[in-house]
Design a protein around this ligand. Structure first.
Ligand SMILES: Cc1cc2nc3c(=O)[nH]c(=O)nc-3n(C[C@H](O)[C@H](O)[C@H](O)COP(=O)(O)OP(=O)(O)OC[C@H]3O[C@@H](n4cnc5c(N)ncnc54)[C@H](O)[C@@H]3O)c2cc1C
Length: 456
């Protein structure tokens, strides 16, 4: 629950340097602790701002995220961000599996230490969830490619369409490298195992978001495999991924090219199994803890704004307590048409009660079924750990939650040559934590390879 920057960015120092107009020095401070400020300054929920000491006296925080954005974009514009080519190569070869923020951070750091790094990525483009997950309107894909080009110029090699354990033999990678850093993400989505799950039109959220980004990058936003335009959409899961789905469904192309991927849906409903959070902090949730309060993110804001235009569609959603979200609700079944396509979601209310062992669990409220029109259903219910097939092949142990078993800050798996970082180790988390882990795993990997390390 404690907040503050996981990267230990030197925030008071760079704030002061910006205040004094010393932008280059401010960037040099930021660059000491963060490999990719251009990612975090766009997508981070800003744990730093929640931890800002002004919160102790009930004041709004310093706008650290906006300051970070201004510093890094100025640094790029001024030409200060240059490739970091190591003066000496160690002759050690390291394979990084996965090119999300953890893999990119590990690769950047290991390259700086002089190792020859190859990043293997199963997708056709780099970035992991930065590329195929977080929508373009939140993180422009050109920003990721700009950084990857710089890493290439620094000496990091990227190989795409290389699914280790499927298209590329995992043992081969192990045998031909001195160390391997697994940064494979938490990629197994939680499913809704209810009647009608196999109907057409029921998709995992990340598949939907990936299709939208691929279409955008192909230059034809209409060419997406899963298009919500003009359809009734039910998103199951009230969190951030569900919000990104809403944003993608709702937005339209007129405003600017960046929003071209946003498809105008007819009506959206977001089902959330948890109770509605309070509007303000409660007495047991004080600064500097993460505030457990109702958050209305950009996708929900748009849904609320556009609801004006679709008043007749919204008529039967008056019962909702924070449109477009409906709390304490889950899916009971999907109902399809004669062609096997989903047309309705049957939702049911839940109450949170203690079970026999004292755990608080959701209990279905009898007779509370409600039918919601749905031409597309997007499952955004979280993730269940990393791809275990690769772990089995490499003989790497997983923990009870399906993540790779390796300690925080040590990042060593049970296999002496294999390290792990990011969501595949800690479970679904944040970009800033993935960068923290990639850096720490690189440090430990370097120590293993050289017997000492200079990496932070
Ligand atoms: C829709 C969505 C929106 C999000 N929005 C935000 C946000 O706004 N802010 C925020 O801080 N966090 C956000 N997150 C969380 C954040 O994206 C993740 O915590 C972060 O990307 C994890 O980084 P990672 O490098 O560990 O894994 P990932 O980004 O998941 O990358 C893992 C990579 O490994 C590759 N891979 C996996 N297995 C193999 C294999 N066997 N061979 C080769 N490659 C492989 C995958 O293709 C993928 O590219 C979001 C997550 C989702 C799902």
């Amino acid at each position: 629950m404690a907040t503050g920057c996981p990267l230990h960015n030197l925030i008071p120092e760079f704030n002061d340097l910006v205040y004094r107009g010393l932008w280059r020095q401010a960037w040099e401070r930021l660059d000491k602790t963060s490999n990719f400020p251009e990612f975090t300054s766009r997508v981070c929920p800003a744990l730093c701002e929640v931890g800002c000491t002004l919160g102790a006296i009930g004041m709004p925080p310093i706008t650290v995220k906006a300051v970070e954005y201004a510093i890094i974009e100025r640094a790029w514009a001024e030409g200060w961000v240059l490739p970091k080519v190591p003066p000496v190569r160690t002759g050690k070869r390291v394979a990084v599996v996965g090119s999300g923020p953890a893999g990119l951070a590990a690769a950047a750091q290991l390259n700086t230490a002089g190792h020859s790094v190859t990043v293997f990525e199963r997708a056709d483009r780099p970035g992991g969830l930065l590329m195929y997950g977080i929508p373009n309107m939140k993180l422009d894909k050109g920003v990721i490619l700009r950084r990857v080009r710089l890493l290439e110029e620094s000496g990091v090699k990227f190989i795409y369409n290389a699914h280790i354990g499927v298209e590329v033999d995992a043992q081969d990678i192990l045998n031909t490298h001195d160390a391997v850093v697994l940064c494979t993400g938490s990629t197994r989505p939680r499913d809704a195992n209810v009647e009608g799950r196999t109907l057409k039109g029921v998709h995992f959220a990340v598949d939907y978001l990936t299709a939208a980004t691929k279409a955008l990058l192909s230059g034809d936003v209409e060419a997406t495999e899963i298009n919500a335009a003009g359809l009734n959409v039910v998103v199951i899961g009230g969190g951030d991924t569900g919000n990104d789905c809403l944003g993608t469904v709702f937005r339209q192309s007129e405003a600017c090219a960046l929003t071209a991927t946003r498809q105008r849906g007819r009506r959206v409903t977001q089902l959330e199994i948890m109770t509605r959070p309070p509007d303000t902090r409660q007495p047991d949730n004080v600064w500097p803890e993460w505030p457990k309060v109702l958050k209305v993110d950009y996708g929900q804001e748009e849904a609320i704004a556009l609801r004006e235009d679709t008043r007749e569609d919204a008529a039967d959603t008056v019962e909702v307590d924070a449109y477009p979200r409906r709390y304490c609700k889950t899916v009971k079944k999907f109902v399809g048409d004669a062609n096997g396509h989903v047309r309705e979601v049957v939702a049911v209310n839940v109450e949170w009660k203690k079970d026999a062992s004292g755990r608080i669990v959701p209990v279905e409220v009898a007779g509370s079924e409600k039918t919601i029109p749905a031409d597309i259903v997007l499952l955004a219910m979280g993730f269940l750990g990393t791809d275990t097939a690769l772990l089995n092949e490499l003989g790497v142990e997983a923990d009870a939650r399906g993540n790779i078993k390796a300690g925080h800050n040590a990042h060593r798996t049970n296999h002496p040559k294999i390290f792990a970082a990011g969501d595949c180790r800690r479970g679904q988390s944040l970009v800033v934590w993935a960068v923290n882990e990639g850096r720490a795993a690189a440090r430990e990997c370097d120590r293993f390879l050289m017997g000492y390390t200079m990496l932070p």
